[in-house]
Every structure is written in structure tokens, then in C-alpha cells.
Ligand binder design. Structure first.
Ligand code: MRU
Length: 352
């Protein structure tokens, strides 16, 4: 596979512009945190774990931009950078999670030049950890996939969404690499077509058979027994197991459950937010109406029509057969089990 989602190169961040896929492979070079914030807002990089990486590299960029030599002033500048990055996309918790991690590193490093170097090193470490964690998650998840299966997925939870091996697509890839005969149905994922543009593109490259469907076809195939399981990613998982993911995930979970098809969520522990009791507390990003009324500048609706454009929905935990993480698989009752899982994850972080 011949693409890199994001990397630090010669004092700049190089990132693959996902808005241009699949037609063009275009890399952007960013050298200031404000352009990183804009790139995130415009979804040139997207997907919860990849947003964490983008935020981490954004902090490293913001650090290079300051000329101050006093640590207090420098840390105040970093807070401004952090706020600008956090404000870009509110639903994926990986973004504030990665920023907090960078802030801890900054606070514990010595002088300003040392902090600047430590932030670059930490962003790179996070990138390497993502790859390793995705691969562990993929191995756990592959156990749940039958030897011969058609798997339905929504949005894009692959390499493009994590910068690593992928989460939902990581499970699918691991199962295929184990010799299981896997076929994927990919929802196109209105309005921005992450399924059609990104998931289908990735799967073609991995040579995993993929059939593209529009979102409103999923129920048809689920009701006919043509899908053995559904796997999606997540942007934030509340303490009770409720999951926020790309808009359209919730109806998919309901129809899967109605038809007795297992519905799995694959996400790293950095997506779990135990500070929120339930999915009702997860902030849902509302995006520009043009994303619904237009596609790439072409109008598809009457001018001036009222539009709603929530980017995510919340799937209540009772519809989720299992949550697959890098630390293992969790099932109902989620409350205590997620808490235990996070305890293990924090232990691993402390030992690394
Ligand atoms: O709006 P996006 O494209 O950032 O939404 C992405 C999703 O909803 C993904 O399913 C989620 O972030 C998990 S990515 C491993």
C-alpha cells in the first residue's frame, strides 16, 4: 500500500488530502497550527484516531511557531493552540485526548527548546502506537468473523481514519489475512461519501472484494440474510457503552438487531470517554448546510431550502453486540467492563 495519512517531515506536517480521494492523491504541507485547524475543519484529514494524530502534530507545529524563551509564556501560547485545535470538531474524543497528552509532555519537559523537541517526538510516538494498537484490535476482532462472511461497514474506519492499520477495516483486513473468505458491503455514507470515496478505495487496494451500496439499501440486504455481521468505528463511547459514530450508524444498528445480525463497534480505548455517563451527553457536530444541498460545488437541492446536517448519531448500547478494542472484546453489561478495560489500558500506557 502506497500512501501515508500524516507524517512529520523537515519541520512540517505532510498530510494526504482526503477530500481529493479517490480521484487524486494530493499531499498538503502544513507549517502552522492554524492551517492544521483549517485542514481538520475541512475534513482533509478525518476519522477519530487520525484526528488525534492531526491534533498532536498541530500542537508540535504550534510549538515551533513561538519565539518566546520563558516556559510560562510558552505554555500559555500552547493553550491557545490547543483551544484552536479542540474547537475544530467536537464529537471525536481522540482530539482532546491527544491534546491533553501533548500538554502533559510539554509541562514535564525542561526548557522551551526541549519542549519543542519533546512534542514532535510524542506525536511520532502516538503515530507508532496507533499502528500497533490497531493491529492488536484487528486480531481480537477477527475472532468474531465467520470463516466465510459478508461484512457491512459504514463510513470509513480504515487506515485513512486512523493513520494505522484501521479499526473496523483493520478487523476485516486481519480476518482476510488469516485466510477467511471475506466480502464487504460498503455504505456510500451520505453526505460526504466516506464509504464510496475512501472505504471502497482502501478495500480495492487491499484486494478485498467490496460491493458499494447507497445507505438506504442496507436494510434490504440485512433482511435477506445476505450480511453476516456489521462492523463500524466510533467517535466517542460513553461509560454505559452508547456509541457516537457517523450519521446513519444508529438506524443500521436497529435494522441489524431486528434481523438478528451481530452489530460490532471497533475502536481504540482512546475513543472511550468514561466522563460521560451516556450517549445523551456526547456533543454532536452540526456541519454546513452546503454539504447536504451541494456535492463538490454542484447544487442537488432547491436554493434556500432548510437543512439539518448532524455529522454523527448515537447508537444506544443495547444494539451493540460487542465493542472491540486493542485490549480485548467487551460485551453487555458495558458499564463495569469498560471501566475495567480502561484500567488495563492505563496500566499499559504507564508501562510503555
Ligand atoms: O466525519 P468523519 O469522516 O471524521 O467521521 C468518521 C467516522 O464516523 C468514523 O467511523 C470514526 O471516526 C471511526 S474512525 C476509525
Amino acid at each position: 500500500m502506497n500512501f501515508k495519512v500524516i507524517e512529520w517531515k523537515n519541520g512540517k506536517v505532510k498530510l494526504l488530502d482526503q477530500t481529493r480521494l479517490p480521484q487524486e492523491i494530493v499531499y498538503l504541507e502544513l507549517d502552522d497550527y492554524k492551517s492544521m485547524a483549517t485542514a481538520i475543519q475541512e475534513m482533509r484529514i478525518r476519522g477519530a484516531p487520525a484526528l488525534g494524530l492531526a491534533a498532536a502534530y498541530g500542537m508540535a507545529l504550534g510549538a515551533q511557531e513561538s519565539n518566546t524563551q520563558t516556559k510560562e509564556e510558552f505554555l500559555r501560547h500552547l493553550q491557545v493552540v490547543a483551544q484552536a485545535l479542540i474547537a475544530t470538531r467536537p464529537t471525536a474524543v481522540n482530539l482532546p485526548w491527544a491534546i491533553e497528552r501533548m500538554e502533559r509532555v510539554a509541562a514535564s519537559a525542561g526548557n522551551v527548546p526541549q519542549i519543542k523537541a519533546a512534542l514532535i517526538a510524542e506525536a511520532r510516538r502516538l503515530e507508532a502506537e496507533t499502528e500497533a494498537s490497531d493491529r492488536r484490535l484487528g486480531q481480537w476482532g477477527a475472532e468474531l468473523i465467520p470463516d466465510v462472511a459478508t461484512v457491512l461497514t459504514h463510513c470509513n474506519a480504515g487506515t485513512l481514519a486512523t493513520g494505522g492499520y484501521g479499526t473496523a477495516l483493520g478487523v476485516i483486513r486481519a480476518a482476510a489475512e488469516q485466510g477467511k473468505r471475506i466480502r464487504v458491503f460498503a455504505d456510500e455514507t451520505r453526505p460526504l461519501l466516506q464509504g464510496a470515496r475512501l472505504t471502497a478505495w482502501e478495500l480495492v487496494q487491499y484486494k478485498i472484494p467490496v460491493t458499494l451500496i447507497t445507505d438506504n439499501m442496507a436494510g434490504h440486504f440485512l433482511s435477506r440474510g445476505e450480511i453476516q455481521c456489521v462492523i463500524v468505528g466510533a467517535d466517542r463511547i460513553a461509560a454505559n457503552g452508547d456509541v457516537a459514530n457517523k450519521i446513519g450508524t444508529y438506524p443500521l444498528a436497529v435494522v441489524a438487531t431486528e434481523n438478528g445480525v451481530p452489530f460490532y463497534v471497533a475502536a481504540p480505548t482512546s475513543t472511550i470517554d468514561l466522563s460521560l455517563a451516556s450517549g445523551k451527553e456526547i456533543p454532536i457536530e452540526e456541519r454546513a448546510s452546503e454539504e447536504v444541498t451541494h456535492f463538490r460545488g454542484v447544487a442537488t437541492a432547491p436554493e434556500g431550502v432548510e437543512v439539518a446536517n448532524p455529522a454523527f448519531d448515537v447508537t444506544p448500547h443495547q444494539y451493540i453486540s460487542a465493542i472491540i478494542t486493542e485490549e480485548g472484546i467487551v460485551r453487555e453489561p458495558y458499564g463495569d467492563r469498560l471501566k475495567k478495560l480502561m484500567f488495563f489500558a492505563q496500566g499499559r500506557e504507564a508501562n510503555d
